[in-house]
Design a binder for this molecule. Structure first.
Ligand SMILES: *Cc1c(COP(=O)(O)O)cnc(C)c1O
Length: 239
């Protein structure tokens, strides 16, 4: 069994190697640890190794784990991210926590998040999630806005003073090689940045495809399995 420290070192080395091979500065690629299904104890252990950014894909688990760790004075301050689908009726706790939301994919969610952020007197960092679809017609299967809708969503986010557009997020489609999909994301990101220079981040790449994402320009990679191990099979652990 490898230790969490070994896993963290190995993931960081994969990121750094991919960045250097692509002629990029490894320091511009940040690791987001996806702790879904793992315990607050596991998060605490990774935090003790220096990791500060953690992500969950379900609001209830996000809020519960964040509260458990915030209550522990031995744990440094952590920053939380939501990488899963968000329903409008669950934006309140996410805004209260000041979590970064990677999964904004429709105008109604922009409105709901902006209102909740205003109520909680927070400014929320958000990403527009893009559905990279693919030739097999997977559109819609893993969440995200159609590429054609992304510039409009970006405009709506920038128009809301309570939201800060950080960039685009995507999950590679299952039915094709990740490289070309991440290249499409990079092109869309360049287009969005032309209008909104602050949208400088690209959240892409997971345990299995982080090299392809870094090669295509990802600045945030979201890694669960390669850090914590294989998730126990649960009906709603999601991807
Ligand atoms: C679970 C998840 C990840 C991490 O996936 P691993 O393959 O375990 O690294 C990344 N992004 C999203 C949106 C996820 O739901």
């Amino acid at each position: 069994m490898t230790s969490l420290a070994d896993n963290l070192r190995a993931v960081r080395a994969r990121i750094d190697d991919a960045a250097r091979a692509a002629g990029r500065d490894p320091a511009e690629v940040h690791l987001l640890a996806v702790s879904k299904t793992w315990s607050a104890e596991d998060v605490r252990a990774l935090a003790a190794l220096g990791q500060r950014h953690f992500a969950e894909n379900r609001v209830q688990e996000l809020v519960g784990k964040a509260a458990a760790l915030a209550a522990d004075p031995t744990v440094p301050e952590l920053h939380w991210h939501l990488v899963g689908q968000l329903q409008r009726n669950k934006v309140g706790p996410v805004a209260r926590l000041g979590a970064t939301v990677h999964s904004v994919d429709r105008a109604s969610l922009v409105t709901a998040l902006a209102r909740a952020a205003e109520r909680e007197q927070q400014v929320l960092d958000v990403y527009v999630q893009v559905d990279l679809g693919g030739p097999e017609g997977e559109l819609g299967s893993r969440g995200g806005a159609a590429p054609a809708d992304v510039p409009g969503l970006a405009d709506a986010i920038v128009a809301a003073p309570e939201l800060r557009l950080r960039g685009l997020m995507a999950v590679a489609p299952r039915a094709e090689e990740p490289g070309p999909a991440f290249e499409r994301l990079a092109r869309l990101s360049t287009r969005v940045r032309a209008d909104h220079p602050g949208a400088s981040e690209t959240s892409a790449g997971m345990s299995g495809d982080l090299e392809a994402a870094v090669t295509a320009g990802a600045t945030v990679v979201r890694v669960g399995t390669a850090l914590f191990g294989t998730r126990p099979l649960t009906s709603d652990a999601g991807q």
